[in-house]
Ligand binder design. Structure first.
Ligand code: UDP
Length: 360
């Protein structure tokens, strides 16, 4: 097996890191290909530095182009790399344009396509991520699902059970491998003058939220209400897309909300581990909140991580300010019974073992 590990964005770097580590440990013949979808140092290079990963052998440098150009350019550039390297298998993780382009390139070249974090469904086709997930799952040869719900989703869509393995999600491995290091190395709380459990942590970057001035304003008003009611600062590491749109829509950020730059993985883990509450529209944060036992309020109408809401560790509130405040109060009041829907932290090892078994 000659394996290409394809990644392109911040969450893919984080969630692929346990797979890279396991490939190194087991002497797999692999290389990492970065599409360059995320290129800002804070979202890209800083992740490699914090996770102590070597820089990828290839960076296609596609950047933040519109959909058709991004996918088209990635496909073209990947095609020549895969041919030159004699790749026999590729692994992609998640639901980005890099994932879909990687799966398509592999499929067209007759290369075995492996999808990690397969089977997630929000059942909302207006989300670009949902379309990427469905298309990728249906052209993949090997599907690693994180949960039983994801397995069921694929079976309901007619994907053969022979292609699917339940592995857990490497997000748990990444948190377990780095939480202690974050605690030891990170100075972020003192740098921001924060005390544990005395602030609220927020992220928001989903297109359906931040590309709408009405929804983005609703989120800001909701966060302001939460900050005022709890008398706590709201810490918001701002994604470049959200930052651009705040400016584009001339939205004023209330003084209860402290915008900070996107954080490195270790500082961010430390912020997550010590916060009273997480408010987010991120997929990864809904998972990490459950792993770190932090109550989560999700500012979306649906989620492809229903395991968290069903277990009562997360609540969906949309972008209405009143509902955001109500959700925050509810999550802080209720007694949460924490569970571990995303596995035991050995997904990276399992994935690499299964790839070696199935593909060599
Ligand atoms: N993250 C980070 N720094 C930040 C915000 C998030 O390192 O300032 C990490 C976070 O721990 C999680 C991942 O980025 O592992 C989530 O990425 P994002 O929200 O961009 O993508 P999604 O999970 O929604 O696909």
């Amino acid at each position: 097996m000659k394996l290409a590990i394809v990644l392109g964005t911040r969450p893919e770097i984080i969630k692929m890191s346990p797979v890279i580590r396991a490939c190194e440990k087991h002497g797999v013949d692999f290389f990492v290909l970065h599409t360059g979808q995320h290129y800002d140092y804070a979202l890209d290079g800083k992740m490699f530095d914090d996770l102590e990963l070597a820089r990828p052998k290839y960076n296609l440098g596609v950047g933040g182009k519109p959909y058709a150009q991004q996918i088209g350019l990635t496909l073209r550039r990947m095609d020549s790399v895969f041919k030159a390297e004699g790749v026999t298998a590729i692994i992609v993780q998640g639901d980005t344009n890099s994932v879909l382009a990687g799966a398509l390139a592999g499929n067209k070249l007759g290369i075995t396509v492996v999808h990690h974090e397969a089977g997630l469904r929000s059942h909302d086709l207006s989300m670009p991520e949902e379309v990427n997930r469905i298309l990728t799952d249906h052209i993949s040869d090997v599907l690693f699902v994180p949960t039983k719900t994801a397995l069921q989703n694929l079976k309901l869509e007619g994907v053969s059970g022979k292609k699917i393995s339940l592995t857990g999600n490497t997000v748990v491995d990444a948190v377990m491998q780095n939480a202690k290091l974050a605690k030891k190395k990170s100075r972020i709380l003192s740098k921001l003058k924060l005390k544990p459990k005395k602030y609220v942590l927020v992220t928001s970057h989903r297109a359906e939220n931040v590309d709408s001035p009405v929804k983005l304003k609703g989120i800001l008003d909701g966060l302001d209400a939460v900050g005022k009611k709890l008398k706590l600062p709201v810490i918001f590491p701002i994604h470049p897309r959200t930052k651009n749109n705040l400016k584009k829509f001339s939205l004023k950020v209330p003084s209860s909300i402290k915008l900070i730059a996107p954080q490195g993985y270790l500082d961010f883990l430390q912020l997550e581990a010590s916060t009273k509450l997480i408010i987010t529209d991120s997929g990864g944060l809904q998972e990490e909140a459950s792993i770190l036992k932090v109550p989560c309020v999700t500012i979306r109408e649906n989620t492809e991580r229903p395991e968290t809401t069903k277990a009562g560790m997360n609540v969906l509130v949309g972008t209405d300010p009143k509902k955001i405040l109500k959700g925050a109060e509810l999550m802080l009041k209720k007694k949460i019974r924490w569970s571990k829907p995303f596995g035991d932290g050995r997904a990276g090892e399992t994935i690499v073992r299964l790839m070696v078994e199935k593909l060599t």
